[in-house]
Design a protein around this ligand. Structure first.
Ligand SMILES: Nc1ncnc2c1ncn2[C@@H]1O[C@H](COP(=O)(O)OP(=O)(O)OP(=O)(O)O)[C@@H](O)[C@H]1O
Ligand SMILES: [Mg+2]
Length: 272
């Protein structure tokens, strides 16, 4: 594993995103990651703009979740550099990496709630683990968060009593509990019907607007579901960024691969 250390004020960390003109909150530079002989990331260069909503699209298995797991400290890259603000991750030890991870809220593909805990305890879990908040403060926080995600009054419900869409909302409330600087959504609409998907998209936008300075990243293979909420879209393919731009750029693209992906067509350069 190459551990090229970078000075904390490396200019890469201040790279400007060409799509939005905003500074890069997360910057990947020539990132490589393989599992055994299987190369997933093959020199990824990617800028996630600060304070914006970035949508990362790409086929199943293309490395979207792997890309995000690097900034959460769950995976280490084999080569390259990754900055979160001014912090360069590849040169960091585990303890500092955990501190960076604390700046992230994550909404998982399958809600990942604790089945034995009610809604209140699920949301409080990160607060109990990481803060010294009083019960009264926690109660106020949970009331606020449930209001934000449209689930006021559900504190005592168990996950088994919630629909898939409600579980995702609780997952979002939990991800927001510690006021993260970054919010990552991994396939937030998977498993939801079209109406619930649209409601989740709206909630992502509402949440983003309600938290000034929040940088949101959404991973999705359901391009049409998330396209209209993106400030920036990135398409991963074959371990690199294939293209990036505004939603309009993708919608009007003449590129055969992008057109096939957006249309969800079996006919085109991408094979099944
Ligand atoms: N810990 C791991 N060990 C071995 N292989 C892995 C590991 N994590 C991911 N992979 C492989 O890396 C590739 C990319 O996985 P990743 O989960 O990033 O895909 P994805 O783009 O998120 O797909 P999906 O849209 O289905 O969620 C896959 O082929 C996967 O099997
Ligand atoms: Mg994934």
């Amino acid at each position: 594993m190459s551990q090229r250390s970078a000075p904390p004020d490396d200019p890469q960390a201040e790279a400007e995103d060409p799509v939005t003109g905003e500074p890069g909150a997360i910057v990947y530079s020539d990132v490589h990651k393989a599992f055994g002989d299987f190369k997933v990331l093959k020199g990824l260069d990617l800028i996630i703009p600060r304070g914006k909503i970035t949508v990362i699209i790409g086929r199943s298995g293309t490395g979207k979740s792997v890309t995000m797991k690097h900034v959460m400290g769950l995976l280490r890259c084999d080569k390259g550099n990754i900055w979160v603000g001014k912090d360069e991750l590849t040169s960091m030890g585990d303890r500092r990496l955990r501190k960076v991870r604390d700046r992230f809220g994550i909404v998982f593909q399958h809600a990942a709630l604790f089945d034995s805990m009610n809604v209140f305890d699920n949301i409080c879990f990160p607060l109990r683990e990481h803060t010294r908040m009083s019960n009264r403060e926690m109660k106020a926080k949970v009331t606020d968060l449930l209001g934000l995600v449209g689930l006021s009054g559900t504190e005592t419900r168990m996950p088994s009593e919630l629909s898939g869409g409600m579980k995702k909302r609780v997952g979002l409330a939990r991800a927001l509990a510690r006021d993260p600087e970054f919010l990552l959504y991994d396939e937030p609409t998977t498993g939801l019907d079209p109406i619930l998907s649209a409601a989740m998209d709206e909630l992502i936008v509402t949440t983003h607007k309600a938290k000034p300075g929040l940088t949101s990243v959404i991973i999705s293979h359901d391009i049409r579901a998330v396209m209209h909420i993106a400030d920036k879209m990135v398409m991963l393919y074959e371990g690199v960024v294939y293209d990036e731009g505004t939603p309009e750029h993708f919608e009007t693209s003449d590129d055969a691969l992008i057109k096939q992906f957006i249309a969800g067509s079996l006919i085109g350069p991408m094979s099944v």
